[in-house]
Design a protein around this ligand. Structure first.
Ligand code: EPZ
Length: 417
């Protein structure tokens, strides 16, 4: 199932239920290590990044089993472990196990999580912050060893609102002696979800969702039953696909209150949007309009993970759009593939592209090279005339449970092959 074939040119209609959030589920699964009891995590997305995380939890001795509504994780018996597996090698999201393992058992050895096509993905902020809490690191032969005789709370100031570094500090701080304050914390909804889970387990955390988070360490944690919120990036992907392909859709469970910047850009493109407690109703414009200037930024700014999907809609927008990527240094890899479909996109410099709207895109054979760019190519295929074949789809399955099923529910003619 390496490819997805799309017959484009069909406006989307209908309702689709939005899956649980990948970027909330991953740190929450890591956090189950801190509890030492059974937790039930509902609405956990069935995607390959979660499967990889689950295999790491099992490798460390956790009992894990899937049920229809979610996943049981029992971390009452874990052992120190050397995390060496394909899962760690190819997956950034295992990095949040660093804080959890050091918090739970004082040490961990893992393969150094490398960069990826969208950027170098350094971890200096993680190491510096955890170092302030008493964690010592050794890096040798591609392995990262972390250990702490005594994990102590600290006042951490993050120079950049790194999502992963914020998560790692929270996971370690919950188990540390004393209090921790994180200044300059990331404010993403996924941080809030992680803190909601930990507080439901008995942790004391205040300020989640703001740039100053306070954690009281050393409290006993208990297993809990927790529901992962819906994935705002999956919802936004489908929203921009509708703006590009046309039609009227309902994104059930989409977290409208967490998507303000996304809805603002889609509104500038001419979409009519109505958010409710149950989701977001999207009415595409008869022809998208250029949103002018879109710049990615840390939450609550426009999310970098939706930059590629917005690029697809802007490619069909009347007028020109300046798209600026400020988070990752190499996140315009999809531009070349979109140009194969007839998009007119000029790379001004590594962080900026100029998009000139075209009448239509043409179906083509294109290659996914990373998760969000791959999903954007599927969206482009829905809007294009003729057939589009997107290869490299395992990237897409890292974050989308079943993108073909979802778009079929919206009337698309799409199959995985
Ligand atoms: C998380 O990655 C998400 N991944 C990413 O989603 C998302 O794009 C990113 O946050 C930004 O919102 C998960 O949650 C699993 P960062 P993360 O640390 O934590 C620099 C997707 O498609 N930085 O907030 O790795 C870094 O280079 C993925 O679902 C350092 O310089 O991102 C980047 O420029 C892609 N040093 C910026 O900070 C560090 O130690 C933001 O990175 C850490 C980060």
């Amino acid at each position: 199932m390496d490819s997805i074939c799309v017959q484009g040119g069909i406006a989307l209609q209908g309702k689709v239920s939005i899956q649980g959030s990948k970027n909330a589920a991953l740190p929450i699964l890591a956090a189950t290590l801190l509890v030492g009891e059974r937790s039930f995590i509902r609405n956990c997305p069935r995607i390959t990044d979660v499967y990889a995380m689950v295999s790491l939890l099992k490798a460390m001795g956790c009992q894990v089993n899937w049920q229809e509504q979610g996943i049981w994780v029992d971390s009452s018996r874990i052992q120190k472990s050397v995390m060496q597996s394909e899962a760690v090698r190819g997956m950034r999201s295992s990095l949040c196990l660093l804080g959890a393992m050091v918090g739970r058992c004082g040490s961990v050895v893992m393969e150094h999580p490398g960069g990826c096509v969208i950027g170098r993905r350094p971890i200096d902020l993680h190491l510096c912050a955890l170092g302030q809490m008493g964690v010592e690191f050794e890096e040798e032969g591609g392995l990262l060893s972390a250990s702490a005789d005594r994990l102590c709370g600290a006042c951490i100031c993050l120079p950049k609102p790194s999502v992963g570094a914020t998560e790692n500090v929270i996971l370690a701080a919950v188990m540390a002696e004393g209090d921790t304050v994180i200044e300059g914390a990331a404010r993403e909804p996924e941080i809030v979800a992680l803190c909601d889970y930990l507080c439901a387990c008995g942790a004391w955390i205040r300020g989640a969702g703001t740039s100053c988070i306070r954690i009281r360490g050393g409290r006993t944690l208990y297993g809990t039953d927790f529901t992962v919120p819906a994935d705002r990036i999956v919802a936004g992907t489908y929203l921009f696909a509708c703006v590009a392909a046309g039609g009227n859709i309902f994104l059930e469970h989409a977290p409208g209150p967490d998507m303000g910047a996304v809805l603002e850009v889609a509104g500038r493109m001419g979409a009519k949007l109505c958010t409710s407690r149950d989701g977001i109703y999207v009415q595409a414009p008869s022809g998208p309009v250029s949103p002018g200037h879109v710049m990615t930024a840390p939450y609550p700014g426009f999310p970098t993970d939706l930059q590629s999907a917005a690029l697809v809609a802007a490619s069909l927008g009347e007028g020109t759009t300046l798209m600026e990527e400020t988070i990752f240094e190499n996140r315009f890899r999809v531009v070349g593939e979109l140009c194969k479909m007839g998009a007119s996109i000029e790379l001004l410099d590594p962080g900026r592209v100029l998009v000139r709207g075209v009448e239509t895109l043409q179906g083509a054979c294109v290659e996914a090279r990373e998760l969000r760019g791959g999903a954007a190519l599927v969206a482009a295929g829905l809007a294009a005339r003729g057939e589009t074949v997107v290869r490299g789809c395992p990237y897409i399955y890292r974050g989308y449970e079943n993108i073909c099923r979802d778009f079929r529910e919206l009337g698309a003619r799409i199959i995985s092959a």
